[in-house]
Design a protein around this ligand. Sequence first.
Ligand code: SF4
Length: 343
Amino acid sequence: MKNVLEPNPAKIAHALEAWFAVSGRDYPWRQTTDPYAILVSEMMLQQTQISTVLDRGYYARWMERFPNTATLAVADEAEVLRVWEGLGYYRRARFLQQMAQRVESEHGGVFPATLEGVRALPGVGDYTAGAVCSFAHDAAAPIVDGNVARVLSRVWDDATPVDSREGMARLWKRSRALVEAAKSPRVFNSALMELGQTICRVSAPNCGSCPVQPHCLTRDPTSLPVKSKQTVITAVTERVYFQIGVEGVLLQQESGKRRTGLWKLPELPALPKPPAVLHRSKYTITRYKVDLWVHAPPEKAGAAPPEGLQWIPLAKLEALPMPSPYRKALNAVLAQQDFQLKA
Ligand code: SF4
């Protein structure tokens, strides 16, 4: 029979904290109370798996190169993008640098300590501000991200769409009630996130091992959370070309909103018969599934490159920021021709 009692925030919070004390995972950003280091981890984890950020060394490399806001604020943007390369969604790297510049110029190099102060930094939303303040200062600041939304929808057995105004308001209210009832907001918010990542998963939630199970109202967890908008994946074809000469490789610097400042192989102009295919690969970005074709050049460019393109010497390719699908494609084509760059 369905439990009609309203879940008790204090009981849930204490059960989660006790569970986390035994089962919580140890990540580098959980071993620090430096709000900058925590913000870096949160920005990296917004669209990227923990395993990618940790196992492939992104977090360690970033913190080694930019250990504080002072070093990041004055870094060359191309280097910032290069260190971020492979994580995608490059706006996050730019926001981090803008944040560092703001902390240096407006806060005398001291990271803001209040929720409002953190929330006012570039690229920081309610979730990130709550995460930074609870993890750095043990402040009772609520968090709601995809994992938390799923857990709370299920515990309260609430089918209100989580992407609706009403749904969001309910989630934030519940998250706030929970964190305010916790003994340690830092521990509780970590536990809540981890429950969503490891136990209350999208499919096959492990309710039998869940510390919240005695308080959880849903009897059909995989039907929750409900979303009003479904993401539609669109397939697109992208055709670029590879040309190498005595001056290096012909490349194009992007100016679009998402990838400004990054370099890529030049776009192939529309032709009745495209030149030979040198390489083909697939990748996904936001809601697009991209089929990337690398062709031979449409016509040989002379010493003066076509407008908007540049010859880049081979020795300089490694330091250029480049979206990883292009880096991999370029490496593959260069390898065919006995050149090799680092992935
Ligand atoms: S009991 Fe199941 S559905 Fe409820 S919070 Fe735990 S894992 Fe999620």
